[in-house]
Design a protein around this ligand. Structure first.
Ligand SMILES: Cc1cc2nc3c(=O)[nH]c(=O)nc-3n(C[C@H](O)[C@H](O)[C@H](O)COP(=O)(O)O)c2cc1C
Length: 324
């Protein structure tokens, strides 16, 4: 890559470059207009064409852009026709006297609750970070999704007994918003009984390819029954039955007991009837009082920016840099 890329390409190119350096996979490919080997209308119809990670469609996307499967699709060129801008509701950035470019196609966002299975910013500076830590979380989470990480919603949940004995395990983030971070579990499990006697907990996300970590601390409360019901019924039936069968964290005499119980509940609901959510299963939400964003840097001189809630009930955050 010669010269300096302009925003927003600079960040994305950095992401593509760093991910590939870290994974030693193929060289990232950016196609400007129709990728080599593609048919203008049908795309990579023979399967022999380039498979770009990023596509920049010039002026207006050609029909083949519909078959683009990469994470980053931009519309660029010196002129975006008003009709196209209107059709895609594009917010064109003001680059007077220069070309315009704007992200189109599939944005790198996901429905976290549906997840079952950008970049190594070289820097994390005060002037770049979103002043709203939830929005900053969303940006980094979307980067983790766009980077193709396995289970980017996996997070370590640390709890402690009321006597201060800690324990930690991985759970899956299934929702987040300005209230906090949600996961689902068994209300009779070890983690749940610790949380019910001591609601203070912490979460850690680690996105290795991006050299990023997010640490969240706060108090935990149960989500509403309606929220738990909705998520429970969005899960595959097998997982619903699994939740009924598992008395999580209790001692089992052997694997067979679990399999037998699973089979018997499967038979009970074999007619496809509605499976009620058991009252011992549901969600928890961690309401953060602090959120730290950690960006790995060279020579261990990492960036750490931590947001601390000014008051327990308000949405005012203080941001400070911590020594790595
Ligand atoms: C990738 C991964 C995701 C997991 N997701 C969940 C989850 O969302 N909820 C859950 O209760 N357990 C989940 N587990 C299992 C927990 O780590 C843990 O074994 C279980 O919740 C029992 O923990 P406890 O005895 O401390 O309560 C997950 C484990 C892994 C490795």
């Amino acid at each position: 890559m010669a010269g300096n890329a302009r925003p927003p390409f600079d960040k994305i190119l950095q992401l593509l470059r760093d991910i590939n350096i870290n994974t030693n996979t193929q060289i990232p490919i950016v196609s400007v207009d129709i990728p080599s080997g593609w048919d203008v209308e049908l795309g990579d119809k023979d399967g022999l064409g380039l498979k770009p990670d990023m596509l920049v469609s010039l002026t207006a996307p050609k029909l083949c852009a519909k078959t683009f499967r990469g994470s980053h699709h931009f519309l660029g060129g010196r002129f975006v026709p008003p009709g196209i801008a209107e059709k895609y509701n594009l917010k064109l950035p003001p680059y007077p006297g220069s070309s315009v470019c704007v992200r189109i196609g599939k944005p790198p966002s996901v429905d976290v609750s549906a997840l079952r299975e950008n970049y190594v910013g070289a820097v994390l500076l005060e002037e770049h970070i979103n002043k709203d830590p939830f929005k900053q979380f969303q940006e980094w989470f979307e980067d983790a999704v766009a980077a193709g990480l396995t289970e980017p919603n996996a997070m370590t949940l640390a709890t402690a007994t009321s006597e201060g004995h800690p324990s930690a395990r991985v759970v899956l983030l299934k929702g987040y918003d300005h209230r906090g971070f949600v996961w689902y579990t068994n209300y009779g499990s070890r983690k749940a009984s610790e949380l019910l006697s001591n609601p203070w907990a912490s979460l850690v996300f680690f996105w290795d390819k991006l050299h990023r970590q997010i640490r969240v601390e706060g108090k935990v409360e149960k989500v509403s029954d309606e929220e738990s019901d909705e998520y429970f019924h969005s899960r595959p039936r097998g997982s619903q039955i699994g939740a009924i069968v598992s008395r999580q964290s209790e001692v089992l005499p052997g694997r067979q007991t679990l399999d037998d119980q699973y089979k018997s509940i499967c038979e009970k609901y074999a007619d496809g009837s509605y499976i009620p959510r058991p009252n011992f299963w549901g969600g928890f939400r961690l309401l953060p009082v602090s959120i730290e964003f950690w960006q790995g840097r060279e020579s261990r001189l990492h960036d750490r920016l931590v947001f601390t809630r000014e008051g327990v009930d308000d949405d005012q955050w203080r941001m400070q840099r911590l020594s790595p």
